[in-house]
Write a protein that binds this ligand. Structure first.
Ligand code: F6R
Length: 607
């Protein structure tokens, strides 16, 4: 992951580098650093941990200079300390890097045998050493970078400046995104347009395999062989304002509360309220589709699992869902009658992007269900279905998840209509349910809050939790467990309720809370039977059900959260709320860093 920024200007850059890093810390927050060249001095300031630490260091020991670069790190090679923080210097060379150099061990050994002394455990330092070696051999800067690129394997985006050439900066992209910002008498590199938004709204995205050299007034683009390439310069819509928390303690709390509004935006885009029909869903024609692949990671993958249920049920399309890191290495027979959907909040997740490339290269029609509309996955897909959740800052995905579900529901209805598996009356009924979601969500969030806080106080005392459900409640169980793990650091597992007896039930005793997700749907009685099996072994049941389910189940529970009874198509959107809220309040009680939990980053651009 990691975020990088570079500025070639006539004005001081240090403060602006830090501003850009603040906008990039969703890409990692293990350490941060900046470096500048002023006169014949190249200097850097770095600090482990959050950006705040770097700011303190710069307050105490500022640096000048009108050319510089910055980096926020998500550690891959080497612990997150100051030594391993970017930028890395070797002689005249300064490098910042996002990605992984896969052949770093062999290059490091080769360089070490040549006498190179390594200060860090990072793969990035290899780049600085290689550049230093090729420039020392007499190559001009660009030729040295091209020489270096021939040696690298992996996925990377990096920027390089040289103390000996203080008017220019170079960069290359092989995998992770990189943008050039065009300013007035100054030019920029950034991991994305968001980082550059305070400085310019004109960007050029590097394509995979592109290199660039920027000066204050010029940009030159070429490929890894040094041959010139042309890329379109475009205006971005990205706001230069950083989103704030409003009255909320955390972004996550705000984003949970924003879900009714976010879903309204989805509905405004994909639903015609007058005719109660879906619209804007036909960018992929599913009428001739034999089968569909869905690939995504983490929470987006779990949204994909629920999307599969919708598409199978309402459009009768056979769907396979994979985590993208597995999909990309499967051996599959592809055909032109297949389509593939890639789900990603950020639109930059490396594995999801790789899965997209595989499908595209095999002639499969591709669609992106993304939040960030200018993202790489959106730009590289045949069709884009924006989820319109607005900026999601909390690392734990909440509103993006429910918006992804809403988009999947609309796509499934549209596909069902085109394939003739549902008629207009069914479409109207389903859309009628979707239209109710914002209102029901608002009611639920307000109503269950006190009960959730109570329950969170109890969960904060346990070390393990099991979640279980059937049908769409199975991926929801996994999503509930994922949320609890990532922000409250409590070990949790989500199981298909029917699977428990095939092994995990051995874990049940009177210290194990089991959260049962059981809306009153066609699985309800089966789930209740599985709940009985757990209760019989002393498990402490927390039942999340609806009014009809509550009336039918008399089993003793330690807590019972009762939601309104809703149609199957919207039930996952409503039942996601208590799971998100429970994880959030548990994490708050435990005092974790809710918005930036340890070891994580919002955007995962490494494999
Ligand atoms: C969990 C979470 C992650 C992301 C995953 C994919 O709360 O947010 O699991 O869902 O890293 O990220 P995107 O959706 O950006 O591809």
């Amino acid at each position: 992951m990691c975020g990088l920024v570079g500025i070639v200007s006539g004005k001081p850059v240090a403060g602006r580098l830090v501003d850009a890093l603040r906008r990039l810390d969703y890409r990692g927050y293990d350490s941060a650093g900046i470096a500048t060249i002023e006169g014949d001095r190249m200097e850097r300031r770095r600090a482990p941990g959050k950006l705040f630490n770097l700011e303190q260091r710069l307050d105490a020991d500022p640096i000048g200079g009108a050319i510089g670069m910055g980096h926020t790190r998500w550690a891959t090679h080497g612990i997150p300390n100051e030594t391993n923080a970017h930028p890395h210097f070797v002689g005249d060379v300064c490098v910042v890097h996002n990605g992984i150099i896969e052949n770093f061990a062999e290059l490091r050994q080769e360089l070490a045998e040549d006498g190179a002394l390594f200060e860090t455990q990072t793969d990035t330092e290899i780049l600085a050493h290689l550049m230093a070696r090729y420039t020392a051999e007499g190559h001009k800067p660009v030729a040295a970078m091209l020489e270096m690129l021939r040696r690298l394997r992996g996925a990377y985006a990096f920027a390089i400046m040289l103390r000996s050439h203080p008017g220019m900066m170079m960069a290359a992209r092989c995998g992770p995104p990189l943008a050039i910002g065009h300013g007035d008498g100054e030019m920029f590199f950034g991991s994305d347009a968001i980082a550059l938004a305070p400085f310019t709204d004109e960007v050029t995205y590097l394509a995979n395999g592109d290199c660039a050299v920027i000066t204050r007034t010029d940009v030159t683009l070429f490929d890894f062989y040094g041959l010139p390439v042309q890329r379109t310069r475009q205006m971005t819509q990205t706001s230069s304002y950083l989103v704030d928390k409003g009255n909320h303690r955390h972004f996550m709390e705000k984003e949970i509360a924003e879900q009714p509004e976010a879903i309204s935006h989805v509905l405004a885009r994909y639903v015609d309220f007058t005719s109660k029909s879906v619209k804007a869903c036909n960018a992929i024609d599913f009428s001739g589709t034999d089968s569909l692949h869905i690939a995504a990671c983490g929470t987006a993958y779990l949204a994909g699992c629920i999307g599969k249920s919708y598409l199978e049920r309402y459009a009768e399309i056979a769907v396979e869902v994979d985590v993208a890191s597995e999909f990309r290495y499967r051996t599959l027979p592809f055909s032109k009658r297949q389509a593939a959907l890639f789900v990603s909040q950020s639109g930059e997740t490396a594995d999801t992007l790789a899965a997209l490339h595989i499908c595209r290269n095999n002639g499969v029609v591709t669609g992106a269900i993304v939040n960030v509309e200018g993202s790489t996955i959106a730009r590289e897909s045949d069709a884009v279905f924006p989820i319109l959740a607005g900026p999601e800052i909390g690392v734990a995905s909440t509103k993006a998840f429910t918006c992804q579900l809403a988009v999947f529901a609309c796509l499934a209805i549209a596909a069902g209509r085109r394939r003739g598996t549902i008629d207009s009356a069914q479409e109207q009924a389903l859309v009628g349910h979707l239209i109710e979601v914002p209102r029901i969500m608002s009611d639920v969030i307000a109503r269950i809050q006190p009960q959730i806080e109570d329950l969170a106080a109890r969960l904060a005392r346990v070390r393990h939790v099991i979640y279980m459900g059937r049908g769409t409640s199975y991926p929801l169980a996994m999503e509930g467990a994922l949320k609890l793990k990532e922000i409250a650091y409590i070990h949790a597992e989500g199981y298909a309720a029917g699977e428990l007896k095939h092994g995990p039930i051995a874990l049940i005793d009177d210290s194990m809370p089991v959260i049962v997700i059981a809306p009153y749907d066609r699985f309800f009685e089966k789930t209740v039977s599985n709940m009985q099996e757990v209760a019989a072994r002393g498990g402490r049941i927390i039942l999340i059900t609806d009014e009809k389910g509550a009336a039918k189940s008399s089993l003793a529970t330690i807590a019972r959260i009762v939601l309104p009874h809703v149609d199957d198509i919207i039930s996952p959107l409503i039942f996601a709320l208590p799971l998100q809220m429970l994880a959030y309040h548990t994490a708050v009680i435990m005092g974790t860093d809710v918005d930036q939990p340890r070891n994580l980053a919002k955007s995962v651009t490494v494999e």
